[in-house]
Design a protein around this ligand. Structure first.
Ligand SMILES: Cc1cc2nc3c(=O)[nH]c(=O)nc-3n(C[C@H](O)[C@H](O)[C@H](O)COP(=O)(O)OP(=O)(O)OC[C@H]3O[C@@H](n4cnc5c(N)ncnc54)[C@H](O)[C@@H]3O)c2cc1C
Length: 447
C-alpha cells in the first residue's frame, strides 16, 4: 500500500513499524481524537448510526474537563430557543445554526436522560444533571458509546496524522503515554476533537491546531477568553474576596478614549490579582484578542446602576441630612458596602474623616462620579491556565457547518473548542461542542 502522508509520518517519528500488525486497517472505521464533550458526542453519534468507532484519549479517563465544569456540576447546555442560543455565541454564531438545529439543547437533554442522566434546569435556563455531579454527564456519554461498541483507548496520545495518498482515509500515529508504545492506525474518517488551550492540565494543549496546520488549514489567532483579568492598581488586592451584585461595567480603550464595552447588570468579584466573576469573564471574552495583544482598558463599575445621577444625588443629600457632624465614610454607610467606602472616597479625592458639614457641592459630585464609575486599569488576563475557553482556532471558512467536514479533505472533521467558535458562560460552550460533535459523527455515518 502506497501512502504518502503515512510513510512521511513514519519517517518523521524515526522508526518504521516492523510488522504489519502494528497497522490497524479497517476501511469502515471512524477515528476520533479526544474524549471531551465534542469527541464523546461524535463517537456516540457515529456508533449509534452504525460506524465502527475508535476514540483515542491521551488522559487516563474520559471528559477530564467536564468534571470541573459548572463548579463540578457541569452546566452542560442552556435550555433556551435557537435564536437566544445563537445570541450567546460570541464568535461565529451563524456557523452553528445547522448543527444546533439538529442537536440543540433539548436534543442534548433527551440524549442524557435516555442514557441514565436525569437533568434539571436552573436560573437563566442553565441545564445541569439532576444529581449535581458533572461525572454523570460523562457517564451517560460513556454508556452510549460502550453500548454501541465504541472502542475507547485511554492513555493514547496522537502525535501525528496524515492523509493516505490514494484518498483512502487517514493514518494516525499515537503513543501509549504509560508504556511508550507507538502505534499506527488507519481509518476512513477522522474527527479531531482535541479542544483548545484553556486549562491545559485537562489535556487540551492545542494539538488540534498543529494537526490543522499540517493539512495547510488556517488557524485563526488564539487568545484566552472568559478569563479573570489583572489590574494595575496594587491596592485592589486589599479588596480580594469582595463580591458585587447588581452592578454594571463599562470599558474605555485607554489609547483612544473610546468606550468599547458596556455590560448588562450582573455580578463580579475582586481577587488578589484583579477582577473576576460573570461580568468580567464576559468582558474578557468580547475583548480577548485585544487583551492578548496588550491593550489596556479603563474599566468603570457603576455601583448603583438603578439610580440616575439626579436620584443618586437626592439619595446622598438625604443620607447627609441629620449627619452633619458625622465623618463622610460613616455617612455613606447605607449607600456603599463597607469594603468599598474607602476606594470610592479615595477616587473622589475626599478625606474619609471629613465631616459631612464641610463637604462642598463639587465633592458631592465627585462622590457621585465615583459611585457611578469606580475605575480600575485592566492590563491583562490570567492566561490559558484560568481561561474557561480559547478564542480563535480552526477557521470556520475551512469547514462545512452542516457536517464539520473540512472542505477539500473528504473524511476529515473538526469539532468542539478546537474550531473558532465560543460562547458566553451559561452552558453555551459544551452545548456548542456537543452540537459540532453530533454533526461530525452523523456525517461520518452518512459517508
Ligand atoms: C473551569 C471550566 C469550567 C467550565 N464550565 C463550563 C460550563 O459549566 N458549561 C459550559 O458550557 N462550558 C464550560 N466550560 C467550557 C467547556 O468545558 C469547553 O468549552 C468544552 O468542554 C470543550 O469541549 P471539547 O470536547 O471541544 O474539548 P475538551 O473538553 O478540552 O476535550 C478535548 C480532549 O482531547 C484530548 N486530547 C487533546 N489532544 C489529544 C491528543 N493529541 N491525543 C489524544 N487526545 C487528545 C484531551 O485530553 C481532552 O480530553 C468550562 C471550562 C473550564 C475550563
Amino acid at each position: 500500500m502506497r501512502i504518502a502522508g503515512f510513510f512521511r509520518m513514519i519517517t518523521d517519528t524515526g522508526s518504521r513499524p516492523s510488522n504489519k500488525r502494528n497497522i490497524i486497517t479497517d476501511m469502515n472505521k471512524v477515528m476520533i481524537i479526544g474524549g471531551g464533550a465534542a469527541g464523546m458526542t461524535a463517537a456516540a453519534a457515529a456508533a449509534e448510526n452504525g460506524c465502527r468507532v475508535i476514540l483515542l484519549e491521551k488522559n487516563e479517563k474520559l471528559g477530564k474537563k467536564i468534571y470541573i465544569t459548572g463548579k463540578g456540576r457541569c452546566n452542560f447546555t442552556n435550555a433556551c430557543d435557537l435564536n437566544t442560543f445563537l445570541e450567546n455565541i460570541i464568535a461565529n454564531p451563524k456557523f452553528m445554526y445547522s448543527s444546533l438545529r439538529a442537536f440543540g439543547p433539548y436534543e442534548m437533554i433527551d440524549f442524557l436522560e435516555e442514557n441514565g442522566c436525569p437533568t434539571k434546569i436552573e436560573r437563566g435556563q442553565r441545564a445541569f444533571p439532576l444529581s449535581d455531579h458533572a461525572s454523570d454527564v460523562t457517564k451517560a456519554l460513556e454508556k452510549c458509546m460502550r453500548e454501541n461498541g465504541v472502542d475507547i483507548e485511554l492513555n493514547t496520545e496522537v502525535r501525528e496524522i496524515g492523509a493516505m495518498e490514494d484518498g483512502g482515509g487517514y493514518a494516525v500515529t499515537a503513543v501509549n503515554v504509560k508504556n511508550g508504545k507507538r502505534r499506527v492506525y488507519h481509518a476512513d474518517s477522522l474527527i479531531i476533537a482535541t479542544g483548545g488551550l484553556s486549562y491545559p492540565s485537562t489535556g487540551s494543549t492545542g494539538d488540534g491546531y498543529r494537526f490543522a496546520e499540517s493539512f495547510g488549514l488556517t488557524v485563526r489567532p488564539l487568545a484566552p477568553a472568559l478569563v479573570p483579568v489583572t489590574v494595575e492598581e496594587a491596592d485592589t488586592a486589599l479588596l480580594s474576596g469582595v463580591s458585587l451584585k447588581n452592578v454594571t461595567i463599562t470599558a474605555l480603550d485607554i489609547e483612544t478614549g473610546k468606550q468599547v464595552y458596556e455590560s448588562d447588570t450582573g455580578e463580579m468579584l475582586f481577587t488578589h490579582f484583579g477582577l473576576s466573576g460573570p461580568l468580567i469573564l464576559s468582558f474578557s471574552a468580547k475583548l480577548s484578542h485585544e487583551l492578548e495583544e496588550g491593550k489596556k482598558y479603563r474599566l468603570s463599575i457603576d455601583l448603583k446602576p438603578g439610580l440616575t445621577r439626579e436620584k443618586l444625588d437626592e439619595r446622598i443629600l438625604r443620607d447627609f441630612d441629620g449627619a452633619k457632624n458625622t465623618d463622610i465614610q460613616n455617612a455613606i454607610s447605607k449607600l456603599i458596602i463597607s469594603s468599598l467606602r474607602l476606594p470610592v472616597l479615595k477616587q473622589a479625592g475626599i478625606d474619609p474623616h471629613k465631616k459631612v458639614r464641610d463637604i462642598k457641592r463639587a465633592e458631592r459630585e465627585a462622590l457621585s462620579d465615583s459611585i457611578k464609575g469606580l475605575s480600575f486599569t485592566i492590563n491583562g488576563t490570567r492566561g490559558y491556565n484560568e481561561a474557561v475557553v480559547t478564542s480563535g482556532g480552526v477557521s470556520i471558512k475551512e469547514i462545512d457547518p452542516k457536517t464539520m467536514e473540512v472542505k477539500g479533505h473528504p473524511g476529515l472533521y473538526f469539532a468542539g473548542e478546537v474550531v473558532d467558535v465560543h460562547g458566553y458562560t451559561g452552558g453555551f460552550n459544551i452545548g456548542v461542542a456537543a452540537a459540532m460533535g453530533h454533526a461530525a459523527g452523523t456525517a461520518c455515518a452518512r459517508r
